[in-house]
Design a protein around this ligand. Sequence first.
Ligand code: OAD
Length: 261
Amino acid sequence: DDLERLADDVRRADTVVALTGAGISAPSGVATFRGDDGVWDRFDEGQFAYGRFQRDPEGFWADRIELQRVLFDGEIEPNAAHEALAAMGRAGDLEAICTQNTDGLHGAAADRIAAGGDGKPDADDTTILELHGNAQRVRCQDCGRRSDSEPIFERAADGELPPTCDCGGVFKPDVVLFGQQLPGAVIQRARSLARESDVFLAIGSSLVVEPAASLPRLAASSGATVGVVNLESTPCDDLADLVFREDVTSVLPRLRDLVAE
Ligand code: OAD
């Protein structure tokens, strides 16, 4: 079947690259942006734009506390799909994960897999490129210091709006906001990975937000086998060689098992 064909391609490939979106974290209880009950039904993208942060850091932070609650409701943990990708990485079957997610769950899954093995980080482990940053961290806009977001969000919730660094600078969630460019080195790396890939998997993303949305097309035009895993149709289904309209937690563990056979 199609999954066996994909597994064969993965086994034969030198370079396999995954692009993930909010759908891979949905089974972990993380809200998606679009679709049923999506975050952008409840909030306006403009509330979280970089221009708003600069103009009105107090209002931005007040709204961001709400968004953080909606996105990461309680303790979130990697699910079977994150773990399957981490296991494929550990086995040398996955070169890189380019993720649009800011939840840190790919890193958490890699840590889990490493802890279950010899506990040592593996130099050959999958590269995780967080295209949109990581919401578990904040960054001072003056001195550049990064720190864990949880205590900072607590201070903000207690009324420190906007929360500031010891140096006096304002903290910003360490994520790419609307109106901000992705760091040049990060998107360049993602583009070259897409071009180098023999198999490119677009997993749980609506594939409408640039520049990530162009990566599958770039991979396809460089000759990669492109697979899409999504419960709904995407703008890349037409160019994909294989489309799995299924849950990520059903497809990826099966793929990992087939590749490992
Ligand atoms: P979206 O919310 O746009 O899309 C999530 C996709 O996952 C949808 O196409 C769903 O059909 C699919 N999906 C949901 N649950 C799934 C499941 N269990 N199995 C398979 N598919 C599932 O999320 P992204 O594409 O990641 O940007 O959104 C891209 C960017 O838009 C985000 O990074 C964010 C947002 O605005 C920034 O914050 C800069």
